[in-house]
Design a binder for this molecule. Structure first.
Ligand code: VAH
Length: 315
């Protein structure tokens, strides 16, 4: 059985739905502290209330439900993390340590845990940032993700826990709302384009960031988890890349569908976070090790986002 922790979050909803399509709804247990997301209800699989910080409760759940794979998606993201540094550090780190230790004790076959391009800091190369380079994170979220990568590497090499990880770019989705990230503007903008035909952006118009459409991110996750272990040369976390764009460019992409769409810019505290990250990522190691290749570019994503959001908003 597969356990998805953080199943009601932006990635969790989509990953749970994808895993249920592959392995059968009853074999994928969705767990979260929050109440069950409506889309998950519709997919018909089991849902449990779980606080991942309660290690004993998690351990009992793993034993009772015969869990063989764990996807840990619970985390506090970059923007929220800067408002609650201690909570972000303790949740992001302790949840991972709880899962890794239980995986070691119970011989869980596979563990997935996402990292982020947020591990990179101002001293990392801005263009085509490599898999291995100077990495000095300046957000609590980035610090916790980078530290977590080393714990994954440690548990793999010391205890043989098959834990795998991807450094996701900013993820854009319509099925689930993002939660407290610096890249959330790229989701909000589509909703406002349809609802208001205008958007007030909290980043400057030329702020380039590495981004990815959720279907690509979900496929990358499944492909990594299904790759033969011997092909994986990275046990910290793989760079992953798809598209890089600025608020100005995504606005232009939207205008191909909504010509009267207007943008306003009101940068806030998230500008400093965005400026500390690379503008584009080199993911050639993922391409070499497990044949990673993105499928969505900006215009294809915009077309799909607007089409699906229109249907959703029509109710
Ligand atoms: C965030 N969406 O903004 C996340 C992601 C690269 C950004 O890690 O914090």
């Amino acid at each position: 059985k597969i356990l998805v922790i953080g199943a009601s979050g932006q990635i969790g909803v989509e990953l749970t739905l994808a895993l249920r399509n592959i392995y059968g709804a009853s074999n994928v247990i969705a767990a979260d502290l929050r109440e069950e997301n409506d889309l998950l209800k519709g997919s018909g699989g089991p849902y449990v209330s779980l606080d991942v910080m309660n290690k004993e409760m998690l351990h009992v759940l793993v034993l009772r439900q015969n869990i063989t794979q764990i996807y840990l998606l619970a985390a506090i993201l970059s923007a929220t993390g800067e408002k609650n540094p201690n909570l972000a550090w303790s949740l992001n780190m302790q949840s991972l340590l709880n899962v890794l230790d239980i995986a070691r004790e119970e011989n869980i076959h596979k563990v997935y845990w996402p990292s982020s391009i947020a591990v990179f800091g101002p001293t990392s190369p801005k263009q085509l940032c490599p898999q291995q380079t100077i990495i000095e994170p300046t957000t609590v979220y980035g610090i916790s993700k980078y530290a977590g990568e080393f714990w994954c590497n440690y548990y793999f090499h010391r205890y043989g826990v098959d834990v795998r990880s991807l450094r996701y770019p900013g993820l854009i989705s319509y099925k689930s709302a993002p939660g407290g990230g610096t890249t959330d503007y790229a989701v909000e903008i589509y909703h406002d384009a349809l609802d208001e035909k205008q958007y007030e952006c909290f980043l400057k118009e030329d702020t380039y960031l590495p981004m990815m459409y959720m279907p690509d991110a979900i496929r990358a996750t499944i492909e990594l988890m299904e790759a033969p272990a011997e092909k994986l040369s990275v046990r910290t976390s793989y760079n992953l890349s798809a598209i890089s764009f600025s608020p100005k460019e995504i606005a232009e992409s939207i205008r191909k569908h909504i010509p009267e769409f207007k943008m306003k810019y009101k940068p806030d505290y998230r500008q400093v976070i965005a400026d500390s990250w690379p503008q584009s990522i080199d993911d050639s190691v993922a391409a070499n090790d497990w044949s990673w290749k993105p499928e969505y570019d900006l215009d294809r994503m915009t077309e799909d986002m607007l089409k699906n959001l229109k249907v959703q908003k029509a109710g």
